[in-house]
Design a protein around this ligand. Structure first.
Ligand SMILES: [Zn+2]
Length: 251
């Protein structure tokens, strides 16, 4: 496929056709959910996919960290839970997400990264979108082996600017300048919940809740599984996700 140059980035013909299609033929907001264990690449995929489709990137992890850095009432409840590798209660999570989705700037829709995490949250989201006459369009499960997840998390570094929150990997996706965010120039650090003892608790939490989630979205005909490993190329997941969306788009 010969590439087409668009805003400084090379798009394949398939991507270009798809982006044009979304912009000109689809007026309804588009909601995309990314499922996958900690380190499966949800954040990386969301930061690539959302701008390409003109959607908001909503990461509950980043929303929670923003509340914590503001020392808000919600932030004070959330902080000890995240530090111990636990899950934030559904009623807090859906409230934070609903407020973000309802913003005018996010009216085209969103790529949701890290939410919903449980069937109860998925039901709450379904009810919320239903009340706006909207629905989840695509659910992608990024299927990665546990060994690969641990390698990824050990090398992960996060931007210390809470408003940015981009993530990098020291081997697979290093920043241009060591220890500095490409996008905003802030220092990178290792998140407390990426340390190994916490990581194992997070993977266990994930495995326990993921199976029922997969069943939930499979029943609704929205689930697509994308297998990936540490041997894959950098843009392989994005390319496959765009191809699936292109083939399964229902206007
Ligand atoms: Zn940054």
């Amino acid at each position: 496929m010969s590439p087409i140059k668009l805003s400084g980035r090379l798009l394949s013909r398939l991507e270009f056709a798809f982006v044009r299609y979304v912009y000109w033929h689809f007026n309804k907001p588009v909601y995309v959910i990314l499922l996958g264990g900690p380190g499966a690449g949800k954040g990386t995929l969301a930061t690539q996919l959302a701008p390409k489709l003109g959607l908001a990137h909503i990461s509950t992890g980043n929303l929670f960290r923003r509340e914590i850095s503001r020392h808000s009432a919600l932030g004070k409840k959330i902080e000890p839970i995240l530090k111990s590798g636990g899950l934030v209660p559904d009623e807090i999570t859906i409230a934070v997400v609903a407020r973000e989705l309802a913003r005018f700037a996010n009216r085209r829709g969103a790529v949701l990264d890290g939410f919903p995490r449980t069937v109860n949250q998925a039901l709450l989201l379904e009810r919320l979108l239903d009340s706006w006459s909207q629905e989840v369009c695509f659910v992608f499960f990024l299927d990665v082996e546990t060994g690969d997840l641990i390698v990824r998390l050990a090398g992960r570094r996060t931007c210390s600017n809470k408003a940015c929150g981009l993530t990098y990997h020291m081997d697979f996706n290093p920043p241009k300048k060591n220890g500095v965010c490409d996008k905003c120039g802030s220092a990178l650090y290792q998140r407390e919940d990426d340390r190994e003892d916490v990581v194992l608790a997070r993977i266990e939490n994930f495995n326990g809740t993921n199976e029922p989630m997969l069943r939930f979205y499979k029943q609704r005909g929205r689930l697509f599984t994308i297998k990936s490993s540490n041997r894959d190329g950098k843009d392989s997941v994005l390319t496959r996700v765009l191809a699936v969306m292109f083939r399964n788009w229902q206007a």
